[in-house]
Design a protein around this ligand. Structure first.
Ligand code: UGA
Length: 444
């Protein structure tokens, strides 16, 4: 099939490449000409494992363009995969989705199925259909389908090619037929429903996962007070198949471009419809507090961070991506800087993006060793494999004051118990093997 994809962010580009991998002829459209040039050279504009390889492998089946006519005039299918950023009031900004809808309506010259893949509030596909019909220049038949994606950053290709389900929100048999043709090579079960339900599935799924994380984070905070270990608790809960073990890792909250935005958007949508989603509201509140949990822990040792040498390991919202959106590092590091700390940071991939936001006030290090050397406290914000595999004894050897405050439970307590460090983590007891730690830092 001839498929055009509008938007070349995570959703658009990954979808495009995976459709090409399955044999379709794909045209990627983006208004950003520099990005188009970059991708035409076979380079991926985002860091995503396996993406560039698939772009190169399928280069004969993928074109990149900023030309509306080339993208929208004659395809069988157009996928809308543009961003739906958060507005100030928490609702989703649909401007880009509507811009594409208007543009394609004015360009399209043959019958076509339009897929809304961006995460959009319930009812948006109906509006897209209306907008296209109102703006059509040629007499053609248009079908609009809601087909949300469930890919995660870092595993986006795998998640798309081996998805657990393909949700198809369709209103006509013809639209369903086209969708089945497009996905014929994927061998993934379908959930076939109407458009409103498909749009709701996406938000309900994401918000449930966010809720699960906030739930385990609250349990973790209580575990600390009552002497329980959240990892054991999560394992014991997760082995019940009705609960499931995934997304029960306690930490410093969820970040990224989806959960924070989608929880707020669904909460907003409910309010707009005169109802309140109390569970989602709670998940949002818990997450906001959890992001600063390590600072609360650090206050046991420091009244202020003035002149304190702080090491930060991990800047991105999760490992496997260079994405900083809603990352806890962005909430915490400004507090250190405002109080006059000397901050050294390390991240294997996200450092360059962070440097754009904080060009001069932070020292960027090339290794974990360099970052923690002479530090008086080390904060861990992202569970990169390099941090998990780092020799824990080195904290004791290299830091001036070996206090490690770990927001992602990177080390087993048994291991930490043998190291000459003070080790604080989430939902687990404090390890205190370095007697002078407290007095060293409070004597400042
Ligand atoms: C999320 C969903 O997992 C995808 O299914 C969905 O398609 C995507 O949003 C989207 O809507 O586009 P993503 O934001 O890439 O994917 O990342 P996740 O792996 O879900 O992690 C989100 C955040 O939750 C991260 O900050 C992570 O550290 C945190 N998390 C995750 C926890 O704190 N604990 C966990 O057990 C799992």
């Amino acid at each position: 099939m001839k498929i055009s994809v509008a938007g070349t962010g995570y959703v658009g580009l990954v979808t495009a490449v995976c459709l090409a991998e399955k044999g379709h002829l794909v045209t990627c459209f983006d208004i950003d000409k520099n990005k188009i040039e970059y991708m035409t050279e076979g380079k991926a504009p985002i860091f995503e494992q396996g993406l560039e390889e698939l772009m190169i492998k399928n280069k004969d089946r993928i074109k990149y363009t900023s030309d509306h006519d080339e993208a929208y005039r004659h395809p069988d299918v157009i996928v809308i995969g543009v961003g739906t950023p958060e507005k100030k009031d928490g609702s989703a900004n649909l401007q880009y989705v509507y811009d594409v809808s208007r543009q394609l309506a004015q360009t399209i010259e043959n019958d076509c199925t339009v897929i809304v893949k961006s995460t959009v509030p319930v009812g948006t596909s109906d509006k897209v259909e209306q907008l296209i019909r109102d703006n059509l220049k040629h007499h053609v038949n248009i079908e609009v389908v809601s087909n949300p994606e469930f890919l995660s950053q870092g595993t986006a290709i795998k998640d798309t090619l081996n998805a657990s389900r393909i949700v198809l929100g369709v209103e006509t048999p013809r639209a369903l037929e086209v969708m089945k043709q497009m996905y014929s090579e994927f061998n993934i079960p379908y959930v076939i429903t109407n458009r409103n339900s498909a749009e709701m599935i996406k938000y309900a799924a994401n918000d449930f996962l966010a809720l699960k994380i906030s739930y385990i984070n609250e349990i973790a905070n209580l575990c600390e007070l009552v002497g329980a270990n959240v990892e054991d608790v999560a394992r014991g809960m997760g082995m019940d198949p009705r609960i499931g073990g995934r997304f029960l890792n306690a930490g410093i909250g969820y970040g990224g471009s989806c959960f924070p935005k989608d929880t707020k958007a669904l909460h907003w949508l409910a309010k707009f419809n005169d109802c309140e989603l109390k569970t989602i509201k709670a998940a949002i509140e818990v997450n906001e507090n959890q992001k600063l949990r390590l600072i609360t822990k650090a206050r046991k040792y420091f009244d202020s961070f003035h002149n304190i040498n702080i090491a930060v390991l991990g800047l991105t919202f999760k490992p496997g991506t260079d994405d900083l959106r809603e990352a806890p590092s962005l909430d915490n590091i400004p507090v250190f800087l405002e109080e006059g700390a000397k901050v050294k940071v390390w991240d294997p991939i996200g450092a360059n993006n962070f440097r754009r936001k904080f060009p001069s006030e932070i020292m960027y290090c090339e290794s974990i060793e360099e970052t923690i050397k002479d530090a008086e406290v080390c904060f861990i914000f992202t569970e990169w494999p390099e941090i998990r595999q780092f020799d824990i004894d080195k904290y004791g050897k290299l830091m001036k004051n070996p206090l490690v405050i770990d927001g992602r439970n990177c080390y087993a307590l048994e291991l930490a118990g043998e190291a000459r460090i003070v080790y604080e983590s989430i939902g687990r007891k404090t390890i205190s093997n370095y007697k002078n730690a407290y007095s060293v830092v409070t004597s400042k």
